[in-house]
Design a binder for this molecule. Structure first.
Ligand code: SF4
Length: 154
């Protein structure tokens, strides 16, 4: 029987040097974006990071925000920190009391080490919030969409 590897946009494929080359940036810059929380790479057991095509598209979007819209790294972090994940995930009041993402506004929610809340065991890389809220240019329209849904459910 022929074994077939099914690949999709989320399949971890590229080592860091290839990902950096595809983006036209240095490995150092890619690591900096990672530390800033713009990307959560896949990690192999050997601790070498791998990136998917979705990761590349995500970082292209960050590059556009930096180069074309002239938004600083700190600015993008602040925009991402304002994403209303609580309205997407519909967490409880109790979850929010135990959530650094809800109670701070420095980083995107996937950057925090969640304990005692609904996100404690969540795989951020496959979370709707991480997957949908990466395009700085569209965050505002996504927030409007969520607010409208929220209001129509009242
Ligand atoms: S990170 Fe999770 S627990 Fe915290 S506010 Fe967002 S959805 Fe709720």
């Amino acid at each position: 029987m022929r074994s077939e590897i099914i690949q999709n946009q989320d399949t971890p494929l590229y080592p860091i040097s290839t990902a950096a080359k595809l983006l036209g940036i240095s490995v150092h810059t890619l690591r900096m974006y990672e530390r800033a929380g713009f990307i959560l790479p896949f990690q192999k057991e050997s601790s070498h990071r791998l990136y998917s095509q979705s990761d590349i598209e995500r970082l292209k979007c960050i590059r556009r925000a930096i180069n074309e819209d002239k938004i600083s790294i700190a600015g993008i972090q602040r925009i991402q920190a304002l994403m209303p994940c609580w309205d997407v995930i519909k967490c409880s009041q109790k979850d929010r009391e135990h959530c650094d993402a809800f109670n701070n506004h420095a980083y995107a929610c996937w950057m925090y080490n969640h304990k005692k809340n609904i996100c404690e065991n969540l795989d951020c890389k496959s979370c709707q919030v991480y997957k949908e809220f990466y395009d700085c240019a569209r965050i505002k329209s996504k927030i409007i969409e969520i607010t409208e849904k929220h209001e129509s459910s009242l």
